[in-house]
Design a protein around this ligand. Structure first.
Ligand code: NAD
Ligand code: UD1
Length: 337
């Protein structure tokens, strides 16, 4: 299959690209490298021992998209490209709507002009907002609480309307829970450009000595140990879900939203302990105030992914922490080493 990956040089994109290449697919990465490094693609090429096409372009630029679609003639698109920092989205909402929403509209237009009718989109569990019940299933009300989450919600609606208007089209909206971990080779992984906002990259930078200590945001939640509980999913499981979704999009028409999580939760302190075991060193921490906008618990209902994609997670939090540590300790400064 010929697959175009927008944002294919990023964290989740690079892991998905590797699995696509390993399964004999042809790939084109369309990325402006605003939050990624060409080094990630060089390493994917080495690991896969296969070449693929790269287009340095912005999804808001219709001419670059037209050129890529004309040259590569993709059968399907996996759309990862976009901005993803919740805090930044509160400060720069127009930037987020421009890149994420307008960028997606430009991409869908190019797909239609070039007869490419299948898309898998990187959505997020953040579209659900405060839980009415747990686990979140795909019919849970959607009430995102910040501009980033609203871009994902609006894009989902836009893709639904696009699919309705074009009988040949099919779309899968993958709502990721908390992606963590790295490829077992330790050659590719998550490489945050600034101080990480997310828990696991932060813990791993403390463990490697780049940051002094972890702040645990609150220990008075209604959870097993009072710290926030999340559904962490290994990035290689997530990559496999994309391959299953691309195949699913070939056998169906219409638009489906599907959760991608494990259905099992881990608290902040459970993640710290798993990481300490993986890295064989203590992770200094202090308990601080809750972070604004955080919820106590987030968990995925996983039946729909199993039923439609025949996908379920294989890895547990020990695998996630071991692979993160292997990547972080082999590349203390990420791709700049
Ligand atoms: P990432 O930042 O590592 O990857 C995104 C890629 O898109 C980067 O390579 C970046 O250079 C590229 N990009 C950004 N804007 C672009 C533009 N206008 N044109 C072309 N390329 C552009 O992020 P990631 O963690 O791999 O996330 C991928 C997708 O999954 C994002 O849409 C994100 O919102 C979504 N998502 C991520 C998480 C997570 O925790 N990582 C959770 C839920 C959803
Ligand atoms: C965050 C985003 C969410 C996004 C998700 C993707 C916010 C408010 N939400 O959610 O939109 O979809 O990442 O992975 O940013 N924690 C600490 N100390 C830290 C960092 C985090 O204690 O330094 C705690 C948090 O309070 C939370 C848990 O760790 O309980 C996980 O946090 P994080 O990795 O940021 O993920 P989410 O909060 O689920």
């Amino acid at each position: 299959m010929r697959v175009l990956l927008t944002g294919g040089a990023g964290y989740i994109g690079s892991h998905t690209l590797l699995q696509l290449l390993q399964k004999e697919n042809e790939a084109l990465v369309f990325d402006n490298f605003s939050n990624s490094s060409p080094e990630a693609l060089r390493r994917v090429k080495q690991l896969a021992n296969r070449d693929f096409a790269i287009c340095d372009g912005d999804i808001r630029d219709a001419d670059s998209l037209d050129e890529a679609f004309r040259d590569f003639r993709p059968e399907a698109v996996i759309h990862f490209a976009g901005l993803k920092a919740v805090g930044e989205s509160n400060e720069k909402p127009l930037e987020y709507y421009g890149q994420n929403v307008s960028g997606t509209i430009a991409l869908l237009g190019a797909m239609q002009r070039h007869g490419c009718a299948r898309i898998v989109f990187s959505s997020s569990a953040t579209v659900y907002g405060e839980s009415k019940y747990l686990p979140y299933d795909e019919d849970h009300p959607l009430q995102p609480t910040n501009p980033y989450g609203r871009t994902k919600y609006f894009i989902e609606e836009i893709i639904r309307d696009w699919v309705t208007s074009w009988p040949a089209a099919s779309a899968v909206l993958l709502r990721y829970f908390n992606p963590v971990g790295a490829h077992p080779s330790g050659r590719i992984g998550e490489d945050p450009q600034a101080i990480p906002n997310n828990l696991v990259p932060y813990i791993s930078q403390v463990a490697v000595g780049r940051l002094a200590q972890l702040s645990v945001y609150g220990d008075d939640y209604d959870t097993r140990d009072g710290t926030g509980e999340r559904d962490y999913v290994h990035v290689d499981d997530l990559a496999a879900a994309h391959l299953a979704a691309v195949q699913f999009s070939a056998r169906t028409r219409g638009c489906e939203a599907i959760n991608i999580g494990t259905g099992r939760g881990a608290t902040v302190l459970e993640m710290v302990r798993a990481f300490e075991k993986a890295a064989d060193r203590p992770v200094p921490l202090r308990i601080t105030a809750r972070r604004d906008g955080d919820v106590a618990r987030s968990l995925a209902a996983t039946a729909k992914a199993k039923q439609l994609l025949n996908w379920e997670a294989q890895y547990d939090i020990d695998d996630m922490c071991q692979s993160t540590w292997h990547w972080q300790s082999s590349n203390p400064n990420g791709y700049t080493d």
